[in-house]
Design a protein around this ligand. Structure first.
Ligand SMILES: Cc1ncc(COP(=O)(O)O)c(C=O)c1O
Length: 381
């Protein structure tokens, strides 16, 4: 009898491991990507209202219509793309489920999916479970730019999907308009599907704009974009997100979604629908997080860590090569155990675990926590 799962090499994620180590050693946790503050109180009140209003039974398979309608309004306003709430939006149990479902729907045995490393850790196992093969484009530190000519050369007759992620976890880089235009040119007249992970869409800094696939009408016709309320409203534990795709793709996604989760938490969807009416809540997020990024950068100046440029997300990469020769996993563990600050090593975002001596901090934390972490980081010489 076969009693091993199809993911034989899969282990506990480094995020779980570092968070457990942080708890064990009472370290300040700047590792895993979640805020240490609550969602907006108005949203919490709306959740309570939805509970009082008895929104406890199954939501529609595609999600509460009012939520899909307000998302469609937002997309039109932010990206200039009309998407039909009935046929082009599905609410999912976080972005991770949207990614998994999209891959499960379209990837057949032997299909190739191009991913960009360092990469968010759910892409590869989702591809492999579907029987596909991850083909890696490696982005090089420190600027992690994509050379689209090289990317085009990686496309084979088996290429079924390309997964992009902007703003990018863990590097904090963003794709620019020119990147999207080049990608659009490369996949034009092919059957390649773009899976665009845009969970940090509202965390873009220094006056730059988020380049969504939804801004590019031709590209949209062969794209699935995924989003997460967890990142936007400081509620990562609620695990609610959504995906958007043209109807011919969304029909297939829903076939898998239906037998996977069927539908997502009902009262949270009702609360989110009401809360999204106030656009300022997400429009001001750039400012909120830019201030945190700058605050953390000032703190880092007092340390020997060398920060890389962060254009988006709530992550800050730092080069520690002038402090230690340890590999990044060992260094991250030493930081947690001996210096009291947890972080994430970057090698875990690469299949070949390449060593660039980089660690990632999450700055979605209160100023008090960031300051306390700074005091400890200063001591590392
Ligand atoms: C790039 C990226 N995609 C997707 C997710 C998952 O989002 P969710 O918590 O909504 O599943 C994360 C969470 O860290 C992420 O960083």
């Amino acid at each position: 009898m076969q009693t091993t799962s199809k993911l034989t090499s899969s282990q506990t994620t480094i995020f779980t491991e570092m968070s457990a180590l942080a708890i064990q050693h009472k370290a300040l946790n700047l590792g895993q990507g979640f805020p240490d503050y609550d969602p907006p109180s108005a949203l919490l009140d709306l959740v309570k209202d939805a509970i009082d209003d008895h929104k406890h039974q199954y939501a529609p398979m595609a999600g509460v219509l009012a939520l899909r309608e307000i998302i469609a309004q937002k997309v039109l306003h932010a990206y200039g793309q009309y998407v039909n709430p009935s046929t082009e939006i599905t609410i999912t149990a976080g972005a991770t489920q949207a990614i998994f479902t999209a891959i499960a729907a379209f990837i057949y045995q032997g299909d190739e999916v191009i991913i960009f490393e360092p990469a968010y850790d759910s892409y590869r196992p989702s591809i492999e479970l579907a029987g596909g093969k991850a083909v890696v484009y490696t982005m090089e530190a420190p600027d992690f730019k994509i050379n689209w000519t090289l990317l085009a050369a990686m496309i084979s007759p088996k290429t079924k999907m390309i997964i992009i992620n902007t703003p990018h976890n863990p590097t904090g880089t963003i794709l620019k308009a020119d990147d999207l235009l080049q990608l659009s040119r490369i996949v034009k007249d092919t059957d390649i599907i773009i899976l665009s992970d845009e969970v940090y869409e509202h965390l873009v800094y220094d006056g730059q704009l988020h380049e969504s696939v939804l801004k590019y009408p031709e590209l949209y016709q062969q794209s699935i974009s995924v989003f997460s309320f967890g990142k936007t409203y400081h509620c990562t534990g609620w695990k609610v997100g959504y995906c958007i795709a043209p109807e011919y793709l969304m029909n297939e996604i829903r076939k898998v979604h239906q037998w996977n989760v069927f539908s997502v938490n009902s009262f949270v969807q009702h609360a989110l629908a009401a809360f999204m009416a106030d656009a300022s809540q997400y429009l001001l997020l750039n400012q909120f997080y830019q201030q945190k990024r700058d605050f953390f950068l000032e703190i880092l100046k007092t340390t020997r860590l060398r920060p890389l440029k962060t254009e988006g997300t709530f992550f800050q990469l730092c080069d520690y090569s002038n402090i230690s020769d340890l590999d990044d996993v060992a260094f991250a563990k030493e930081m947690t155990v001996n210096h009291g600050v947890a972080c994430i090593p970057i090698s875990v975002f690469y299949d070949d675990h390449r060593q660039d001596k980089l660690i990632r901090f999450c700055f979605a934390k209160t100023e008090g926590l960031l300051t306390a972490a700074g005091e400890k980081l200063k001591q590392i010489r």
